[in-house]
Ligand binder design. Structure first.
Ligand SMILES: Nc1ncnc2c1ncn2[C@@H]1O[C@H](COP(=O)(O)OP(=O)(O)OP(=O)(O)O)[C@@H](O)[C@H]1O
Length: 304
């Protein structure tokens, strides 16, 4: 399956908040949907879920108009929507039935997911009596109870301790392996790096970067190296690049333990290495630079 979000515009009153957002998600390849606070992620997801109407643009599934109500979508919203006073099992069953399951199916699935998430012992407790992390797990059970083929997760790890995070990681991997469409929105870049083959980054309602994460990293790492020397601090090394090595490369980041440098246009790694050897420098580290997603995020949308 391939879900295509095409040229979506959305205004609230006079204010346009989405100015033509486009991206694609293929089943089995999770999409990391990123952006700063207020960028427009939730609004886009709500349009996808048909909770908001777009002013223009379309959403297609395998080339045909996507109708949210015709699909089982597992949505974990940013603002959690459970009933504090209702019993845990009761409400997961209720959500299953809302998604079109029979009472029997809803009950079976609810028990299955509550067990899988390790909260079945709270089945007959009121939700409000559970800890924050356990409430989050009940919300996750509600997300998966309908056996979704489209899964949209907004900050799914929020409130989970490291052990529970592992449980959820395995569930997300399973969803991807089962060839579901998975959209994953988070400000925690390490999770995006772990699960998502592709990313879409939006800023102030516009798409600023999309594509295969590995390719994007390669492109951003192009012509960049990480370097450190034995017996020289990173500041002293910076000084070296400002003077003796200035025609070969420039410093783009000082990470304290090492520098990230960018080769000048007509220079190669070997040119720089030769020169450093000629200068008798004691090289500790000299390797190609792979930026983190966080580096790329900050570079693209950090300062405007
Ligand atoms: N119902 C609404 N009425 C008016 N403006 C809205 C409404 N919902 C969202 N907005 C505005 O649309 C813009 C995008 O908000 P949105 O919630 O989509 O951002 P986001 O990327 O999900 O942010 P965050 O990471 O903080 O959750 C913001 O300027 C927000 O104030």
């Amino acid at each position: 399956m391939k879900l295509e979000v095409k040229d979506i515009f959305k205004s609230f009153g006079e204010t346009e908040v989405l100015h033509g957002i486009s991206f694609e998600v293929e089943s089995g390849k999770a999409l990391g949907f990123l952006g700063r606070n207020g960028a427009g992620k939730t609004t886009t997801i709500r349009i996808l879920m048909n909770l908001f109407k777009a002013n223009a643009g379309e959403i297609l599934l395998d080339g045909k108009k996507f109708v949210a109500s015709e699909h089982q979508i597992g949505y974990l919203p940013e603002e959690r929507g459970l009933y504090p006073k209702k019993k845990v099992l009761e409400q997961v069953i209720y959500f299953g039935q809302l998604r079109g399951l029979t009472k029997k199916e809803a009950k079976e699935n609810s028990i299955h997911w509550l067990k899988k998430l390790g909260v079945e012992k709270y089945s007959n407790k009121k939700l409000e009596t559970l800890s924050k992390g356990n409430q989050q797990k009940v919300q996750l059970a509600q997300t998966f109870v309908c056996n979704p083929d489209i899964v949209i997760l907004d900050e799914p790890f929020s409130g989970l301790d490291p052990v529970n995070s592992q449980v959820l990681k395995e569930i997300i991997r399973e969803q991807i392996r089962e060839d579901n469409i998975v959209i994953f929105s988070s400000h925690q870049m390490n999770y995006i790096e772990e699960f998502c083959e592709n990313i879409a980054l939006i800023n102030e309602g516009e798409l600023v970067l999309k594509g295969n994460l590995k390719n994007i990293k390669r492109k951003y790492g192009n012509n960049r190296l990480t370097i450190s020397l034995i017996g020289l601090s990173s500041l002293e090394l910076e000084d070296l690049f400002a003077h003796k090595l200035s025609g070969l490369a420039k410093v783009v980041d000082n990470k304290e333990k090492y520098l990230v440098i960018e080769l000048e246009k007509d220079k190669t790694k070997n040119d720089l290495l030769n020169e450093m050897v000629q200068l008798g420098l004691d090289i500790e580290r000299f390797s190609t630079y792979e930026p983190t997603l966080e580096d790329i995020f900050v570079k693209k949308v950090g300062e405007k």
